[in-house]
Design a protein around this ligand. Structure first.
Ligand SMILES: N[C@@H](CCC(=O)N[C@@H](CS)C(=O)NCC(=O)O)C(=O)O
Length: 331
């Protein structure tokens, strides 16, 4: 049976909705082992088409190709019209809008939201630049069109509107808040018109607008020890230079109290591990130099391995773990 592999958000939303709307004989699945073997890119959505008569298998990655293929498979007049119909210019405009949303907008949103979720390190400059890029395209490209037209391509609703509205759930999940909505009546008029289309209405069943945009994680400021006000009488008794407040000392990490390790030097271990084969060279070095009076070894097992179907999920978890350990690593 044909399978569409999806995630419950982003680019997967529309292909998933299309299968349900047109009642296609395609099963919908989350990424599994088979997916990882067949699609080394490990990006979603992806599609395996099985011809029930001949047994021929055809695989597709890239959302826009999948949308085009599924619509071609449906082959009805409605599907033809949604792809832009007989007019070459409308069909090409459909592709243009699909591409703008699938690349420029989707990538800028992803690069910003990944910083909020800690999947990318937060950098104020790039974070603000990605948000500005989204705003720039929405105002100068999307709204510039929608000021004079009801839909993105041609005179009627097309698959470009449906895909764009589904992808817009992305910026609505972290950036477009109530204030943004009130400042963008043109965009909102289009969005509210498109999101009730029967193909995608279900997607918006629980749609809500944020009260405020989500903020990236803020680094906690180190609590500097409070400077004591020099006492007046003491000041009078002491010579001028002694009365100067002592230069502020950086708060110590609690583990610094342990002092530097003399026998097992972390930098040397790092070199051994990076420059040599692990089993024959690095590990024997480790056990020869490891000193349990100074260090302890921890083995950590993740409880929910079945959730680790995607490399980026495992990567996030390991990254978060190392972040929390960094105080000890820096010693
Ligand atoms: N060029 C691909 C991009 C697909 C893509 O990046 N999908 C995202 C979800 S919207 C994904 O698979 N993310 C998982 C990951 O990055 O590992 C397309 O147009 O389909």
């Amino acid at each position: 049976m044909s399978v569409l592999y999806t995630l419950p958000y982003g680019r997967s939303i529309l292909p998933d909705a299309m299968i349900k709307y047109f009642n296609l004989d395609i099963s919908i699945s989350g990424p599994d082992e088979k997916f990882a073997k067949i699609f080394p890119q490990k990006r979603l959505p992806t599609y395996i088409d099985v011809d029930e008569k001949t047994g021929d298998v055809y695989t597709l990655t890239e959302t826009l190709a999948i949308i085009q293929y599924l619509m071609g498979k449906v082959g009805t007049e409605e599907a033809h019209a949604l792809m832009g119909g007989d007019c070459l210019k409308t069909r090409c405009s459909v592709t243009r809008w699909l591409s703008i949303w699938n690349t420029d907008l989707a990538y800028s949103c992803a690069n910003a939201v990944k910083q909020i979720k800690g999947m990318l390190p937060y950098n104020k400059k790039t974070f603000e630049a990605e948000k500005e890029a989204v705003e720039h395209i929405i105002v100068n490209v999307v709204e510039a069109r929608l000021k004079n037209f009801t839909y993105l391509a041609g005179e009627d609703i097309t698959i470009a509107d449906l895909y764009a509205a589904c992808l817009a759930t992305f910026p609505f999940s972290f950036l477009f808040d109530k204030k943004w909505v009130s400042n963008h009546p043109v965009f909102m008029r289009w969005f509210n018109t498109v999101k009730v289309h029967p193909m995608i209405a279900d997607v918006f069943k629980n749609f809500a607008i944020l009260d405020a945009p989500l903020a990236p994680p803020q680094k906690k400021k180190e609590q500097k020890p409070k400077q004591e006000q020099p006492k007046k009488e003491a000041k009078a008794e002491k010579p001028a230079e002694e009365a100067e407040p002592a230069p502020e000392k950086k708060a110590k990490h609690p583990l610094e109290a342990l002092g530097k390790s003399s026998k097992f030097v972390l930098d040397e271990w790092k070199r051994q591990y990076s420059n040599n084969d692990t089993r024959p060279v690095a590990l024997p070095w480790f056990f020869e130099h490891y000193d349990p009076s100074e260090w302890s070894i921890w083995r950590v097992d993740y409880k929910y391995n079945d959730e680790l179907t995607m490399t980026f999920m495992s990567n996030n978890l390991v990254g978060g773990f190392f972040n929390r350990l960094s105080g000890s690593i820096n010693l």
